[in-house]
Design a protein around this ligand. Structure first.
Ligand code: AHR
Length: 517
C-alpha cells in the first residue's frame, strides 16, 4: 500500500546551533499542589530529611529537567520574598491573590534553592515587579548571590547559608502585559521599571542574566507592540525576552491542535523579528534571545487567574491538574521539535509546570508519584537531543487547519553531537494516515540503534496513575527498527537514505550514530 510521502534532508555540517541544556527546563510555582504535596511533603514515605519527596526528585531527573523556574508565575507578582525566609516558626501565611490561595510560607527561597542544588537543577528565579520594585528585586539578588558584609547577604548567612547560591538566571516579573496580573502595567510603565530593576540587579551581581517579560501569548491585543516598547527601554540591560504559550484542543478540532507546533514556530519568528527590529533601530550588534519559560498543553478552562468569584483555597488545593492523553503527548513532542529547530535563538525554555499543575509528573498526597503520557516525549528528547541542532530541510504535504491555516503534516528536527557522533531525529506525523518519510543523510552513513514512538488515540484522558499507565502501555513503545525503518541500498548500517514509516498522529524519536568516514 502506498502512503503519502515526505522528505527530510540533513547533514551534520548544516546546523542551527548548539543546544543549550537549559532548553529542557521546567517550572515550579506556588500554585495548587506544585510545591506542597508536589515537590515537598514532610512525612511522605519518600521524604528526605528536609521534607522533599524523593520520588518526585527522582522522576524530575528521569524527565531530564536541567533548570527550574521559581516561585512564579502569577504568584510572584504579589509575593514578598522576605516572608518566606528565616525560621519557619516565625513565618506567617499570606493570602496569594493570584490564585486566591493561602500560602503557608513553609517553602521559600532557601528551601527551594537548597533543594535544587542538592538535586542538581539550575534555578531560575523571578522577582516581583507587580506589587514591588527595584529595591526588593536588588535585595533578593543580594540575598541569593551576595558575599558576606552587606545587609541582605548577611541575613542569608544568619539563616544558615554561608555560600552564595550563585543564581544566574532572573526573570523581571511575570506576564506583566496581562490584566489578570497583580500590579499589571502598560508597556511603558513596565519597560521603565524593568530597566531600572535590571540595572540595580546587575549592579549587585554583574554576572547574572535577565529575562524581560514579553507578551503572555500571541493572542494578546498588545502583542508585538509590547515587545518593541519594552525592549526599547531594556535592550541594553536584558539578555532574553520571555515567551509563554499554551495549546489545547478546542471544539474537537484535532487538526489545529496537532498543528500547534507551527503556531509556536510562527510565534518565535515574530518575537525574534520584534526584538531584532529594536536592535536594528539601535544599530546594535547585541542579539536578544528567547526564554520560552512557559509552554505546554493546557485546557485553560481548568482555572484562569483573576477569577474573583472563586472561594479562597487552603491546604494545597487541587487546581489546574490537567490529565493528559496520548494526543497531548504527541503535541508536546511536536512542540519540542519546534524548540529544537530554534535552538539558535531559544537557549532557555520551561515546560510549565513540573508537578501536579499542568504537569508531566503527578502525585497523591501520602501516595505514589507517576508519569503522565507527556512525560515520555520530553524525557526522550532531553536524553537524545545532544550537541547541536541541525538545519533539517523538510518537504512535506500540508493541510489547512481552522486555527493556523496551512501547516505541514510532517515536522522534523535533528541533533548531532560532534564529540560522540550521536545523531537523533525527531519526527511528527500530524496526519490521520500513515506517512512514509525518506530521510536523506546527504552522503553520510547512519546507524540507528533505538527508536521510540507515541501514537495518539481517541481515548478521553482519565485521572489517576492506573489510567496514565494504561495510556502509556497502549500508546508509547519502542520502534521496531527492522519493521518501521528501511534503508535504501546498503543495509541499515552505512545507508544513505533511511525510510521511516510514521504511524498516524504520532511522534517518533530515532537515535544512532553518524559514520563520518
Ligand atoms: O503556569 C500557570 C500560569 O500561567 C502562570 O502562573 C502564569 O504565568 C501563566 O498565566
Amino acid at each position: 500500500m502506498t502512503h503519502p510521502r515526505a522528505r527530510v534532508a540533513l547533514h551534520p555540517d548544516f546546523r542551527v546551533g548548539p543546544i543549550d541544556r537549559r532548553l529542557f527546563g521546567s517550572f515550579v510555582e506556588h500554585l495548587g499542589r506544585a510545591v506542597y504535596t508536589g515537590i515537598y511533603e514532610p512525612g511522605h514515605a519518600t521524604a528526605d530529611e528536609h521534607g522533599f519527596r524523593r520520588d518526585v526528585a527522582d522522576l524530575t531527573r528521569e524527565l531530564g529537567v536541567t533548570m527550574l523556574r521559581y516561585p512564579g508565575g502569577n504568584f510572584v507578582s504579589n509575593y514578598r520574598w522576605e516572608d518566606g525566609v528565616g525560621p519557619v516558626s516565625d513565618r506567617k501565611p499570606f493570602l496569594d491573590l493570584a490564585w486566591r490561595t493561602v500560602e503557608p510560607n513553609l517553602v521559600g527561597t532557601d528551601e527551594f534553592l537548597q533543594w535544587a542544588e542538592r538535586e542538581g537543577f539550575e534555578p531560575m528565579m523571578a522577582v516581583n515587579l507587580g506589587t514591588r520594585g527595584v529595591e526588593a528585586a536588588a535585595a533578593l539578588v543580594e540575598y541569593c548571590n551576595g558575599e558576606a558584609g552587606t545587609r541582605w547577604a548577611d541575613l542569608r548567612i544568619a539563616h544558615g547559608r554561608t555560600e552564595p547560591y550563585g543564581v544566574h538566571l532572573w526573570c523581571l516579573g511575570n506576564e506583566m502585559d496581562g490584566p489578570w496580573q497583580i500590579g499589571h502595567k502598560d508597556a511603558h510603565e513596565y519597560g521603565k521599571l524593568a530597566a531600572e530593576a535590571g540595572k540595580a540587579m546587575k549592579l549587585v551581581d554583574p554576572s547574572i542574566s535577565l529575562v524581560v517579560c514579553g507578551s503572555s501569548s500571541m493572542q494578546m491585543d498588545t502583542f508585538g507592540e509590547w515587545e518593541q516598547t519594552v525592549l526599547s527601554y531594556t535592550y541594553d540591560v536584558v539578555d532574553h525576552v520571555s515567551m509563554h504559550a499554551y495549546y489545547e484542543e478546542l471544539d474537537g478540532d484535532r487538526a489545529s491542535f496537532l498543528g500547534s507546533g507551527t503556531a509556536m514556530d510562527r510565534f518565535i519568528d515574530r518575537v525574534v523579528a520584534s526584538a531584532d527590529a529594536v536592535g536594528a533601530r539601535r544599530r546594535s550588534d547585541k542579539k536578544i534571545t528567547i526564554s520560552f519559560d512557559e509552554w505546554n498543553v493546557w485546557y485553560l478552562e481548568s482555572r484562569f487567574p483573576g477569577e474573583t468569584n472563586l472561594p479562597v483555597q487552603r491546604d494545597a488545593p487541587r487546581i489546574i491538574e490537567d490529565v493528559y492523553s496520548a494526543l497531548d503527548a504527541v503535541v508536546v513532542g511536536d512542540l519540542l521539535v519546534t524548540l529544537l529547530n530554534h535552538a539558535d535563538r531559544v537557549p532557555v525554555a520551561a515546560l510549565a509546570q513540573l508537578v501536579n499543575v499542568i504537569a508531566p509528573i503527578m502525585t497523591e498526597p501520602g501516595g505514589e508519584a507517576w508519569r503522565q503520557p507527556t512525560f515520555h516525549p520530553f524525557a526522550t528528547t532531553a536524553r537524545l537531543a545532544q550537541g547541536e541542532a541541525l538545519d533539517v530541510r523538510v518537504a512535506s504535504p500540508t493541510t489547512t487547519t481552522k486555527r493556523h491555516g496551512e501547516v505541514p503534516l510532517v515536522t522534523a528536527a535533528a541533533t548531532h553531537d560532534p564529540e560522540t557522533g550521536a545523531l537523533a531525529l525527531f519526527l511528527t506525523n500530524r496526519s490521520a494516515e500513515p506517512v512514509e518519510v525518506d530521510v536523506e543523510h546527504l552522503g553520510l552513513g547512519v546507524e540507528l540503534t533505538e527508536g521510540w514512538r507515541m501514537v495518539a488515540d481517541h481515548e478521553a484522558a482519565v485521572e489517576g496513575p492506573a489510567h496514565a499507565r494504561k495510556v502509556v502501555d497502549a500508546c508509547w513503545s519502542a520502534v521496531d527498527l527492522a519493521v518501521d525503518v528501511a534503508s535504501s541500498s546498503t543495509g541499515r548500517s552505512g545507508s544513505r537514505t533511511t525510510t521511516v514509516l510514521l504511524a498516524p498522529e504520532s511522534w517518533t524519536a530515532l537515535a544512532g550514530t553518524v559514520r563520518t568516514a
